[in-house]
Design a protein around this ligand. Structure first.
Ligand code: C5P
Length: 397
């Protein structure tokens, strides 16, 4: 199971909340991404910090947190995961969900989501047997919500009977079963991705190039394929293994990359991550140039802008065109200008002035659309890829 599969985990109030920590650990060990949401009740029993550390992702708590909403709004959050899990589901949370309340982040997400929901109830045995709870549970089941447990046994309050939250291992297995049958969100979609540098020949043994490693583009191609997309990856020369599930087209120059991209159309989306050389030598000598003394000049001409060409209006234009922009200053303003200049829908601006970004494992990006910019925290390139793939899936849904 790969990290491209993801769960939104709502932790409700109740002593069983401590078991949610173990559940997060099991999910992460299986490579499943977890975004925790902690209710006010849940926060009485476990801390956001514990959840965030185990999940490797920020725990969301408030519905109208400016900081959180700037990162990702609650509607997008409700759709970003493959499955929504509520563990523990308290009597109160069950009642609110059954009646369509939306007075906090957890209940709002439950109303807004278009994904399957799985609940692991946990409460005192008398509460579980109360006709009001029975009614609410029946209603949720009729609405299509899955239930796992509760188990019968000794309870924290000293009573005995059904109401104990199912053990994390059993909830984990129920989650796996649902993830395996969940339809992949990018099934039947074709996405074109470019990656790596281009090499622009000066002569048969020399070329102009840049330091792009291709890592971010390859990670994006892999993440899109994980979500079920047919991916065509047009790649410049890099020292990376082909990503699983993508169809790789190797090219060297910008002009070859443009031809390969055009040949790959039609596509539902295009994600242009390649660091295309802006210039190429006006002539590539067909023999090795002799060493010259001082003053040798390589005459350069401009390369085609592949992103602008693919984003240009026309019957072949993909519905969503995403460009990348390496910036060192005025990230958002420069990215917004690039968005307009190139005619694409989103620009993922990365701050290459940060240590370890260029050629490294991490990336620090701001996603800029016509609506504004959204700065993501510094993440591993694979995680940027997974989140971006989810975003693309949501936009094409
Ligand atoms: O203009 P700049 O090079 O900063 O733009 C970066 C974006 O444009 C990236 O998405 C890159 O893949 C794309 N690009 C391109 N063809 C070029 C230059 C850039 O597709 N010749």
């Amino acid at each position: 199971m790969s990290a491209a599969r993801s769960v939104l985990l709502i932790v409700g109030g109740g002593i069983a909340a401590y078991k949610a920590l173990e559940l997060v650990r099991l999910l992460r060990k299986a490579g499943i991404a977890v975004t925790p949401i902690l209710t006010e009740g849940g926060a009485q029993f476990v801390t956001a910090m514990s959840l965030s550390v185990l999940a490797g992702a920020k725990t969301r708590q408030a519905l109208c947190s400016q900081e959180d909403e700037a990162e990702i709004d609650h509607i997008a959050l409700s759709r970003a995961a493959d499955l929504v899990v509520v563990a523990p589901a308290s009597a109160n949370l069950i009642a609110k969900a059954a009646n369509g309340h939306a007075d906090d982040l957890a209940t709002t997400v439950l109303l807004a989501t278009d994904k399957a929901v799985l609940m692991a109830p946990a409460m005192n045995v008398r509460m579980w047997q109360h006709p009001a709870v029975r009614r609410n549970v029946e209603r949720l089941i009729a609405d299509g919500v899955g239930m796992v447990g509760p188990d019968e046994g000794e309870m924290a309050c000293g009573e005995y009977g059904p109401g104990r939250m199912t053990e994390p291992q059993a909830i984990f297995e129920a989650i796996l079963a649902r993830l395996e049958t969940a339809p992949k969100p990018l099934a039947r979609r074709h996405v074109l991705v470019t990656a790596g540098p281009t090499h622009e020949p000066i002569d048969p043994v020399r070329y102009l190039a840049n330091r792009s490693s291709g890592r971010q583009g390859y990670a994006i191609a892999a993440a899109l394929a994980e979500l079920g997309a047919a991916v065509t990856l047009v790649s410049g020369p890099v020292a990376l293994d082909p990503p699983k599930g993508a169809s790789l087209v190797r090219v060297e120059t910008a002009r070859q990359m443009l031809d390969a991209c055009r040949a790959a159309l039609p596509a539902d989306a295009a994600v242009m991550v390649a660091a295309v050389a802006d210039w190429r030598p006006s002539v590539a000598a067909d023999h090795k140039l002799k060493k010259v003394t001082a003053g040798a000049v390589v005459d350069l001409v401009e390369n085609p802008d592949i992103l602008a060409a693919i984003a240009a209006p026309g019957p072949q234009r993909p519905r969503l065109v995403v460009g990348f922009a390496a910036e060192t200053q005025d990230l958002q303003a420069n990215a917004a200008a690039k968005l307009r200049a190139k005619g694409c829908d989103w620009i993922v601006a990365n701050d290459v002035s940060q240590e370890g970004v260029m050629g490294g494992e991490d990336n620090s990006v701001t996603v800029v659309t016509a609506q504004g910019g959204e700065a993501w925290p510094r993440l591993a390139k694979t995680q940027v890829a997974a989140q971006l793939a989810q975003r693309i899936a949501a936009a094409l849904a």
